[in-house]
Design a protein around this ligand. Structure first.
Ligand SMILES: [Zn+2]
Length: 365
């Protein structure tokens, strides 16, 4: 039984890996996922390159969420199976999660017509690109009120709660242009940044505890540029600063903290913000499931779409089969055993295939 499941999940992951889906080119994978979800009895709808698959049930409404896109593959990135590992661009982040979602869509041990949950599966595009293009933004308003959401981002089958918010700011230093043979006639904008850069370099991670979990706030210079010839003293120097802030704090608060650090020495323009995600592990279905299986709970020290879900009032966590350390790697892979473990645990969350106290309508398997 478990061997069948392992082979099924491995085959499905390999099938999805064989359809390239770099951000912005998700047409083919959306078509494939839609066909596979329809075959498993879901009511399916396509919105652009995102797919919503629904299985009607009388219990709580639970959503499973997975992005269809991947980063660009590395040169000659291996794709295929090596023993217990499935390799390919997006294997961990997050075609393994998509395969688990699709396989759960046929309900496994649940008899037709007796679904204990109203299951919504959302496969969306453009997650790996900028937040303003994220495909989930257009889909969320189309969904019914969900009681719980799980984003199957790579977490190594650990429950990762909340998520860090983030912002990018362009910090622009002004100087005065001159010939670099006579620098005293100008004012070098790069040197004007030294004070701010030093203060940024001295920023150590700040622990912020939220719902008992430690998150680490950080601020880093990630890019810097002038736009002059190399024999010119630059009159402008722009540093990109990336700020990551903990749940419970807003982008506006993080922006004022950056403004305070810059202290008027440059102009700060916020170019992109993404909110932090709330920690919602006390949602009763989720709390019972975590307790039954003794699952580990960790803070998510990165941004995920849990932020959008919790901002929409949906309790949500990250939980998926992929290995977070494998995400975006040149030899990215995922263990078949991790796919099986994720499937078994989510099957219990959705269908109550192990004893589940306090769940109405759950099916004992
Ligand atoms: Zn991802």
């Amino acid at each position: 039984m478990t061997t069948d499941l392992a082979e099924r999940l491995a085959a499905l992951t390999l099938e999805l890996l064989a359809v390239p889906s770099v951000t912005g080119a998700e047409d083919a994978i959306a078509g494939r996922v839609l066909a596979r979800a329809a075959e498993r009895g879901c009511e399916v709808r396509r919105h652009g390159n995102s797919v919503v698959a629904h299985r009607f049930g009388t219990g709580p409404a639970i959503g499973l969420f997975g992005h269809l896109d991947t980063v660009s593959p590395a040169d000659d990135q291996p794709v295929g199976r090596r023993g217990d590992r499935i390799l390919g661009c997006g294997a961990s982040d997050m075609k393994a999660g998509l395969a688990v979602m699709l396989d759960l869509a046929d309900g496994g041990p649940v008899a037709a017509g007796s679904w204990p949950v109203d299951l919504w599966m959302v496969f969306y595009d453009r997650e790996e690109g900028p937040y303003e293009n994220n495909g989930l933004r257009a889909i969320l308003p189309l969904l019914p009120r969900l009681d719980l959401a799980v984003a199957l981002e790579p977490t190594g089958n650990i429950v990762q709660a909340g998520c860090m918010g983030g912002l990018h700011a362009q910090v622009s230093f002004r100087g005065q242009r001159a010939h670099s043979a006579r620098p005293w006639q100008g004012r070098n904008a790069i040197y004007g940044a030294l004070g701010v850069l030093k203060r940024l370099a001295e920023c150590s991670p700040r622990e912020v505890r939220f719902a008992g979990l430690p998150f680490y706030e950080v601020m880093s210079a990630t890019m810097a540029a002038t736009a002059n010839s190399r024999n010119v003293i630059p009159d402008s120097f722009v540093v990109n600063v990336n700020v990551r802030f903990a749940p419970g704090r807003t982008a506006a608060e993080a922006a004022s903290e950056l403004e305070a650090l810059v202290a008027g020495e440059a102009e700060v323009t916020i170019v992109d913000t993404a909110p932090a995600g709330a920690v919602s592990v006390d949602q009763p279905l989720l709390a019972g499931w975590i307790h039954r299986h003794g699952l580990e709970v960790e803070p998510k020290q990165a941004w995920t779409d849990v932020a959008q879900l919790t901002a929409a009032g949906i309790p949500a966590v990250n939980f998926g089969p992929g290995d977070p350390a494998q995400a975006h790697q040149a030899g990215e892979g995922v263990a078949v055993s991790a796919l099986v473990r994720c499937h078994e645990l989510l099957s219990d969350l959705l269908f109550g295939t192990s004893s589940s106290p306090g769940r109405e309508g759950s099916v004992q398997g």
